[in-house]
Ligand binder design. Structure first.
Ligand SMILES: Cc1cc2nc3c(=O)[nH]c(=O)nc-3n(C[C@H](O)[C@H](O)[C@H](O)COP(=O)(O)OP(=O)(O)OC[C@H]3O[C@@H](n4cnc5c(N)ncnc54)[C@H](O)[C@@H]3O)c2cc1C
Length: 459
């Protein structure tokens, strides 16, 4: 009897070994790493997850936990067993008075938003893409356009049910089993599997108004972002860097494409629909170059505002390109020079079907130990998010690796969901004084090294 047959006897969910099922989880959104597992396990319950992890430890097998597979360095891939948690997709309890919801780890944020909409409730932070899982983003941190005031999605998690790498089912929160709670939030699937989460909710207003502003100077934009966060004028803040290609110019003996960069800023206020916000007051003193557009709508339209962009990326074929996304969180004072240099070295066409994001943040909004970020009251997130055909990869990857190294030299920290070509020394440097704790937690909660080997390089 092979181990697969033996495993199938222990699991009440599915153990799939057919080519199509294995192929379906053989790569991720990055499309740079390919690993086809020998088996895909779709658990029917938390107990199945526990049985699987105990079985794997006993048979010296390894397991990669996978949500929607939107990460990009093979974190959710395995050549042995993929644990596909999307089968754990139940929303169990909704507490409208206590403002909390309990759901399984494989639930997608979109399902949660849709379920809560009739009660005018929503999670405090939503990611741009709602088709990722609760367990997947809690394991990365989960950043969104409300993060500047509410921190990450994992900061707004009240309690978790986790199956440790040793197969133990453990409830955890700030009040019980705190060490595990702090390890698995932004823990990259290294310490346990999140099978259930209790998430904080808020009452939202029915409608929104967004102001689309355009800046032609990064420093002016940063000044306004600081003012907006200090005065808390808007619920949601999002920004980009967009190139206006200027043709070719001589650089290093060759003619190179270059661009003039602009910075759209979208500011969104929730409204109750009777009267919109006072525009003069809301935009008072801001130094934008142009007020391009004002958008009003139902709040649900705001939560799904990027759906048409992702649909376009899919229609154009960009979704199937490679995505070596390079995201980092920078100290406020080094951000202008670093970002200016990165934009200078980025040929405008290199982004193809992608974009460059800027997200302002308050340092104190998050208290997650594993979400490592620079010190300071004000921080800025910067993400080069390209979608490129395979034949551009060799040209662009060295530039992105350079951008990643330079972000760390500028005092920044990488956001760990994207393209992370870290060697052992980079991991140590990333976690710095936290590194011995990370190593200790790994030994404590996953003593046989079953979970997601190879991503974090412990030695
Ligand atoms: C178009 C697009 C837009 C995005 N926008 C945002 C954004 O606005 N903000 C943001 O923060 N991120 C964003 N991301 C990144 C994405 O949210 C993260 O990569 C997230 O981790 C993906 O979730 P997933 O369900 O696909 O998880 P996967 O990619 O399947 O897994 C990610 C990691 O979490 C682990 N994991 C998955 N499920 C569990 C579980 N139940 N228990 C323990 N570990 C688990 C995996 O092992 C892996 O290490 C975006 C990605 C895309 C492609």
């Amino acid at each position: 009897m092979t181990w697969v047959t033996e495993l199938a006897r222990e699991i009440s969910g599915q153990v799939l070994t057919d080519e199509a099922s294995r192929q379906a989880v053989a790569t991720d959104f990055g499309r740079l790493v390919v690993r086809k597992p020998q088996a895909v396990v779709r658990p029917a319950s938390t107990e199945d997850v526990s049985r699987l992890l105990k079985f794997a430890a006993k048979h010296q097998l390894t397991v990669a936990t996978r949500g929607a597979g939107h990460s990009q360095t093979g974190q959710s891939l395995s050549d042995q067993i993929v644990l596909d948690v999307t089968s754990l997709d139940q929303i169990n309890q909704q507490d409208d008075q206590g403002l909390a919801v309990v759901c399984q780890g494989g639930v997608k944020w979109r399902a949660l938003v849709e379920r809560l909409a009739p009660s005018a409730l929503s999670p405090l932070v939503l990611t741009n893409n709602l088709d990722v899982t609760v367990g997947g983003t809690l394991s990365s941190a989960g950043l969104g356009v409300a993060s500047w005031r509410f921190g990450t999605q994992a900061d707004n998690c009240l309690e978790l049910e986790v199956v440790t790498g040793a197969g133990e089912i453990v409830p955890c929160s700030t009040a019980q089993n705190r060490e595990l709670f702090d390890a698995v939030r932004a823990g990259m699937g290294q310490f346990g599997v999140i099978t259930e989460a209790t998430l904080k909710l808020r009452r939202h207003r029915a409608k929104f108004r967004s102001y689309y502003l355009l800046y032609d100077d990064l420093n002016v934009l940063l000044g306004d972002l600081k003012l907006l966060m200090t005065e808390e004028r808007f619920e949601y803040v999002e920004s980009w860097c967009v190139p206006c290609p200027q043709g070719f110019r001589k650089a290093g003996g060759q003619r190179q494409p270059f661009a003039q960069w602009f910075y759209p800023l979208h500011l969104t206020a929730e409204t109750d629909g009777t009267a919109g916000p006072d525009t003069g007051e809301k935009l008072r003193g801001l130094k934008f170059y142009r007020h391009v557009h004002t958008e009003d709508g139902e709040i649900g339209e705001f939560f799904t505002r990027l759906d048409p962009l992702f649909a376009l990326w899919k229609q154009a074929g960009f979704w199937d390109f490679t995505h070596p996304w390079m995201e980092c969180v920078l100290p406020w004072h080094t951000a202008p020079v670093y970002i200016g240099q990165m934009l200078q070295m980025m040929p405008p066409q290199a982004l193809a079907g992608g974009h460059i994001l800027l997200w302002p943040a308050r340092g104190g909004a998050s208290s997650l130990p594993m979400f490592v970020r620079p010190p300071g009251d004000f921080l800025i997130g910067f993400g080069i998010l390209p979608a490129i055909p395979k034949n551009f990869v060799n040209d662009l990857l060295p530039r992105l690796n350079q951008a990643s190294q330079a972000s760390m030299m500028a005092g920044g920290k990488r956001y760990l969901s994207g393209w992370i070509p870290f060697a052992h020394g980079d991991w140590r440097a990333h976690f710095a004084e936290l590194w011995p704790t990370v190593v200790k937690l790994k030994k404590q909660f996953d003593p046989s090294g079953v979970l997601n080997p190879g991503f974090v390089k412990y030695e």
